[in-house]
Design a protein around this ligand. Structure first.
Ligand code: ADP
Length: 483
């Protein structure tokens, strides 16, 4: 049994208090490193979501709605400080809950703290404008909160995604209802407890764990929710957008990708190599912005394969607390999905493979990190998001072909280009279809300050950085005729 920061994990956090789910039902939370049951979590349902939305509305009509921007910033800063103070415990919880190796889990804690710091500082810097208009008028704009914001969080980076969406939403003065993934609830609950201790007014943040089809669907369909923010699969993203259409509310969708790194013959290969591999295997490849496609110009192609294969041969997958390069996947279900992709690559060349570490428990959700070479760009391994430690390498001849392959999927989240040619860097930055383009680096996961989001099946709307504050606010124009 784990009790995050003294919290009973089978409860919901609603209106500033820990409450049992109304139907009294729970779900088992599984440790993917060994398949054991960690604890029971609440199986929240529509009634719990109703209570959470009501609590959020009350907060907006009460202390939280009256808080000044500076006060909102101050409470976010206190939450960030408490997150930092509890780095070890939060990292351990995340490692056990989702199988993230401890070093990577610690990085997520620091990112969560950074989001709180960033949005603490940003809260009182979101300004309106004054607009010159007709004689006798003064016109200005106000940036106001949407009201109640719904946040449906996936299991791959719970802390980072809570940080970027809840942090920005609270900075603007929204009140949040958060539905963590059923596979990953502990740090969401711990975060709520830290927010309570930091003095966040009751109802400003509510957390209702439960199944997607129950608590998640109830939240996204709730008429009292004024904005929905979702990170997860394309299929569920479509459902969220359909519900938002029904209620005519704005929605931010971040739905993953098939992000390429494009390596030209003149690239600094030594600098590129760690990024080429790490961006694919970080978090066992369960990263929306994972770089799962490596495009290499023919002059360097064999060399890159050889160097990446050498790195792969050193990769070990093992229990999160052993803190190896790769942890287990989040669940046996995810392992089965990744293995079915590996089976689809049976006719392809495996250029490099890591191993499951000796002694890794039988019941853990481990797969071997695998690098495929010579993959045709239209192959399912080069087109579909696998969400596992699997990368493909493909050759190209010239810039036009590189762009055609790089842009040749339905996704468009992140892309990177490795070249020493400055003019080519500028051209590629414009030509690559992605919400973020990295030149001579790759930034999966990081970059609290950097606006992030996709095009195509990767979704729409921008999170992170200052840009997120625009998404989490509504613009009101005030026109005063005073003569
Ligand atoms: P994955 O397949 O990688 O688990 P999902 O998109 O299914 O990703 O899950 C991401 C989040 O969406 C989780 O919090 C999950 O509970 C939630 N979810 C799943 N199905 C629905 C649904 N029908 N409506 C709302 N939320 C859902």
């Amino acid at each position: 049994m784990v009790t995050p920061l003294g919290i009973e994990p089978s409860q919901c956090f609603v209106a500033g208090a820990w409450v049992a789910p109304r139907a009294g039902e729970t779900l088992d939370l599984i440790n993917p490193s060994d398949g054991s049951t960690l604890c029971a979590i609440a199986r929240g349902q529509a009634g719990d979501i109703d209570a959470a939305v009501e609590a959020a509305q009350s907060a907006l009509n009460g202390d939280w709605g009256k808080a000044t921007a500076a006060e909102r910033g101050r409470v976010l800063a206190r939450i960030g400080a408490l997150v930092l103070e509890n780095t070890d415990e939060l990292a351990r919880l995340e490692a056990m809950d989702v199988g993230k190796p401890l070093t990577q889990a610690r990085a997520d804690v620091l990112a969560l703290a950074r989001y709180m710091e960033f949005y603490a500082g940003a809260a009182d810097k979101l300004h309106g404008q004054t607009i010159p208009y007709l004689d006798g008028y003064t016109v200005y704009t106000l940036r106001e909160p949407h009201g109640v914001t719904g946040h449906i969080i996936p299991w791959n980076y719970p802390m980072q995604i809570i940080g970027r969406s809840v942090g920005a939403a609270l900075a603007v003065g929204n009140a949040c209802v958060l539905k963590p993934a059923e596979e990953a609830c502990l740090t969401a609950l711990a975060f709520a407890e830290l927010a309570r201790r930091a003095g966040l007014p009751a109802g400003a943040l509510n957390v209702v764990p439960g199944l997607g089809a129950e608590a998640g669907a109830a939240l996204s369909a709730h008429p009292g929710v004024n904005h929905m923010s979702f990170t997860g699969s394309v299929g569920v993203g479509k459902l969220i957008q359909a519900s938002a259409a029904e209620n005519i509310v704005p929605v931010t969708l971040e739905l993953g990708g098939k992000s390429p790194q494009v390596v030209f013959d003149d690239a600094d290969l030594e600098a590129a190599l760690p990024f080429l591999v790490n961006a694919g295997i970080q978090n066992a490849g369960q990263t929306c912005s994972a770089s799962s496609r490596i495009l290499v110009q023919r002059g360097l192609y064999d060399q890159v394969i050889e160097a990446m294969a050498a790195r792969y041969s050193q990769l070990r997958a093992g229990p999160a607390l052993d803190d190896l390069e790769v942890g287990p996947l989040v669940s046996m279900r995810q392992k089965a999905i990744v293995e079915s992709f590996l089976a689809k690559g049976a006719d392809l060349l495996i250029a490099g493979q890591g191993r499951v570490n000796d002694g890794a428990p039988e019941g853990g959700a481990y797969v071997r990190p695998t690098l495929f070479a010579d993959v045709p760009p239209d192959h399912t391994l080069a087109q579909d998001e696998i969400f596992g430690p699997v990368q493909v390498i493909m050759p190209f001849d010239d810039e036009d072909e590189a762009v055609a392959i790089a842009n040749g999927t339905e996704f468009g989240l992140v892309a990177s280009c490795w070249t020493r040619d400055g003019a080519r860097q500028m051209r590629m930055a414009k030509r690559l279809r992605a919400g973020q383009v990295f030149l001579n680096n790759y930034g999966a996961g990081g970059g609290v300050e950097l606006p992030f989001g996709g095009t195509g099946l990767s979704g729409h709307g921008r999170e992170k950085g200052f840009e997120a504050l625009y998404g989490f606010s509504v613009l009101k124009t005030v026109a005063a005729l005073h003569g």
